[in-house]
Design a protein around this ligand. Structure first.
Ligand code: SF4
Ligand SMILES: [Zn+2]
Length: 123
């Protein structure tokens, strides 16, 4: 066991919407009994890409005593191919552009790097 940063989900407040699943490249998060769970701590690298997309703000990254991150096992996970992940402005999917999670008008959305510039400049 080692001390390191890891994703922690407040299951009490989780609505089970599933939006946090796809941002996790390691396939660490699954919905179990209607709640998001870190299925295996050795798969979580603690980067927290899932944090920004949670509409409830119930994901955090905290320092915990846990197992070491297993990069090989994480790389062997089946990659997510969620076609619902699209830029909310232009509709591009991950096959065309880099997408980032963004909070906009109280919603958790995806935006592509091209549209992000116009959003920042208010276009
Ligand atoms: S995005 Fe947030 S509310 Fe939705 S399933 Fe994940 S942790 Fe729960
Ligand atoms: Zn776009």
């Amino acid at each position: 066991m080692i001390k390191r940063m890891i994703v922690v989900i407040d299951e009490e407040k989780c609505t089970g919407c599933g939006k946090c699943i796809s941002p996790c490249a390691e396939g660490t998060i699954r919905i179990v009994d209607g709640k998001a769970k870190v299925i295996s701590e050795e798969l979580c690298d603690g980067m927290g890409f899932c944090i920004g997309i949670c509409p409830e703000g119930v994901i955090s990254v905290e320092e915990h005593q846990t197992v070491a991150f297993d990069a090989e096992k994480a790389a062997a996970q089946v990659p997510h191919n969620d076609v619902s992940i699209q830029c909310f402005k232009c509709g591009s999917g991950t096959g065309y552009r880099y997408l980032l999670p963004v909070r906009h008008k109280k919603e958790s959305l995806w935006i592509c790097t091209q549209c992000l510039t116009s959003l920042i400049h208010g276009c």
